[in-house]
Design a protein around this ligand. Structure first.
Ligand code: GCU
Length: 613
């Protein structure tokens, strides 16, 4: 008996569904899109913690993991109470100190400033689970490896210090009190992403929100609603339902744009969308228009705020909504220098982005790893274009398949999370990675993965450069596959000086828009001297002025993100007076003091603004 095409397709979809259901039982569920638009209970607050450098709470004395032992007991995750005075328990969360979550541990205790290892964190919370709902325990980020337990039972583990993850905890919540325990471990290893060598502080812990989300049994799990590639007149994307009632009519409503369209999901819960656009205010940094987008199905409804714009390159131009722009940018880490520590909430993030706006920026490079969803949503709201990046940084283990899978997972999770954010225009697959065939293969695969997930944004990386005499050569083979020619050049700091740097010329192989990803110099705020004295504000200021002269000679220059908005912590910066574990290339000091070069860059951007009206 021959099966019709339609029956074959349905059979295949059924197989996919069964496979998905089966695998979901053993690992995290795929990310809910727009977690903040859900019915969420925050588990943020003060969590008790136990420092565990020898992982006593995870391994028995024969170094066997407790959570794989027959009893499943013995680890710090079962939070047992001492039942009788004869019982030996060598830990107690209730009597242990507590720390803020979200928040890295390094910035919350002197003894943890340089700590690299395991810390157990526990939070108690009340829940009232409904039988017709599903529940997901969501983490914005835990650096670097997290093992998560709910009410003494393991939910799973996650690797990657900057991307969100979640566990389906439906049926695992108590009515009343529950407790969640996280084993967070920020030790570095050569085969991880990033590897052991980074110029940023290895902040460990639960550094972003922890949320318990409640959704209908059949819910709108994911969606993409964006302008189609290079089209100002059509919205394209998809709706994805999860749950038993996958066949539904779903309506996408954008009232302010006079858009209302209903689609029907198929047996896998998916429907493609393609909606003509008649009248729309396109998102720009100057006018960051966000539309309220309502998605309504038979069992679930969700609202998001989405901006609509196109981004493309044409020759050496970058076109936003079809108009050539210059990216007046600045790089930044996910760190509030005033703490110092990881950015913890909207207040921190708004401060950083406001400093960028003050400098007449229309663009930020969120280096060198995924920043929080809140940060990117703020960029949507405040009108800043975004270069997003994964920490494929420097000397990665290019020939390790696990390392590649890790990098690809982090890239995919970033792109899945932020696919509806108008501010994001560039997916960067890495930074300053040394040339080799294995590296080219690894990075090229990442580029291909990025393009397969999203054809509406640019793909880039900070390429390698080398010097021959006074010529700076940019011919990194990875550049063939990218939309931009981006690279870090430290003329006047790591090579040459403020006097001789103007002798350098750039020899760029590719006829594409050039967006410089880094240049800069260290300056200790308040240290004043002549402009040939390193570490002085005057040296940094002159270097910026000479950089502008040098870079504007590049015909295809269409943007830059000087390194960096604010001084930041780094274990690689040991000069006791000028650095003291701070990288001083910031245009603002760790006390919030603007250095002279802040104003130099601002006036350069004010000039560029008139040129690119
Ligand atoms: C490199 C790197 C940065 C680093 C900077 C510096 O280009 O990309 O992460 O902080 O240079 O040396 O200050």
């Amino acid at each position: 008996m021959m099966l019709s095409n339609k029956s074959l397709k349905n059979l295949l979809s059924l197989f996919v569904i069964l496979l998905t259901i089966n695998s979901a039982a053993y690992c995290q569920s795929s990310l809910l899109q727009n977690i903040y638009g859900r019915n969420i209970q925050s588990l943020n607050g003060r969590w008790n913690y136990i420092i565990d450098p020898y992982e006593m709470g995870y391994y028995d004395y024969r170094h066997m993991p407790f959570d794989q032992s027959p009893s499943g007991k013995g680890g710090f995750y079962d939070d047992r109470k001492q039942k009788d005075k004869g019982e030996l328990i060598e830990y107690n969360f209730d009597l242990s100190p507590n720390m803020k979550v979200p928040g890295d541990w390094n910035s919350q205790s002197q003894r943890l400033e340089l700590y690299e290892g395991t810390i157990w964190l526990r939070q108690k919370f009340n829940a009232a689970p409904q039988s017709d709902k599903k529940y997901f325990l969501y983490f914005g980020a835990v650096n670097y490896e997290a093992h998560v337990y709910l009410n003494g039972k393991k939910l799973g583990m996650h690797k990657g210090g900057f991307t969100p993850f979640q566990f389906d905890v439906t049926g695992k919540l108590n009515k009343g009190e529950n407790f969640v325990v996280v084993k967070a471990d920020n030790k570095r290893f050569p085969d991880e992403i990033p590897t052991v060598n980074t110029d940023w502080w290895n902040y460990g812990g639960i550094t972003r929100d922890v949320l318990l989300a409640e959704v209908p049994a059949t819910h709108i799990a994911d969606y993409k609603i964006q302008l189609a590639k290079n089209s100002l007149t059509r919205i394209e994307g998809f709706i994805q339902l999860e749950g038993a009632q996958k066949l539904q009519s779903v309506t996408i409503n954008i009232p302010e744009a006079g858009i209302k369209q209903t689609v029907t999901t198929d047996i896998s819960g998916r429907a493609a969308i393609s909606i003509p656009v008649k009248k729309m205010t396109y998102w720009t940094p100057e006018a960051p228009k966000l539309y309220s987008v309502e998605i309504t199905g038979a069992t679930d409804k969700i609202t998001d705020r989405i901006g609509f714009r196109t981004i493309e390159t044409r020759g050496q131009d970058i076109l936003l909504n079809g108009k050539s722009i210059f990216l007046r940018g600045i790089s930044m880490h996910d760190e509030n220098p005033l703490i110092p520590g990881r950015l913890r909430g909207q207040g921190d993030m708004r401060m950083m982005l406001q400093w960028a706006k003050e400098m007449s920026c229309n663009y930020v490079r969120l280096a060198h790893y995924p920043h929080s969803e809140e940060m990117v949503r703020l960029a949507d709201e405040m009108g800043l274009l975004v270069w997003a990046e994964v920490p494929v940084y420097w000397t990665i283990s290019w020939q390790n398949a696990e390392t590649y899978n890790n990098a690809e997972k982090q890239l995919s999770d970033l792109m899945i999370r932020d696919k509806n954010r108008s501010s994001v225009i560039v997916w960067s697959v890495g930074n300053e990675t040394p040339l080799s065939d294995p590296r080219l293969l690894f990075m090229s695969k990442l580029v291909a993965k990025a393009r397969s997930l999203d054809d509406t944004r640019l793909v880039a990386a900070a390429l390698e450069i080398h010097r021959e005499g006074n010529s700076v050569i940019v011919n990194d083979p990875l550049g063939e596959k990218l939309d931009l020619v981006s690279f870090n050049e430290y003329a006047g700091w790591y090579w040459s000086n403020t006097k001789d740097m103007l002798n350098y010329k750039f020899n760029i192989k590719y006829d594409k828009p050039v967006v410089i990803t880094e240049f800069g110099a260290d300056a200790l705020a308040g240290y004043h001297a002549d402009d040939e004295t390193r570490w002085s504000e005057e040296y940094q200021e002159l270097l910026y002025k000479n950089q502008f002269k040098m870079l504007t000679a590049i015909g295809g220059l269409r943007g830059m993100t000087p390194w960096i908005l604010v001084d930041f912590r780094s274990p690689r910066r040991q000069h006791p007076y000028f650095q003291d574990f701070w990288n001083r290339k910031g245009l603002i000091s760790e006390t919030g003091k603007k250095k002279k070069a802040f104003y130099t860059l601002k006036s350069f951007y004010d000039e560029m603004q008139t040129k690119y009206k």
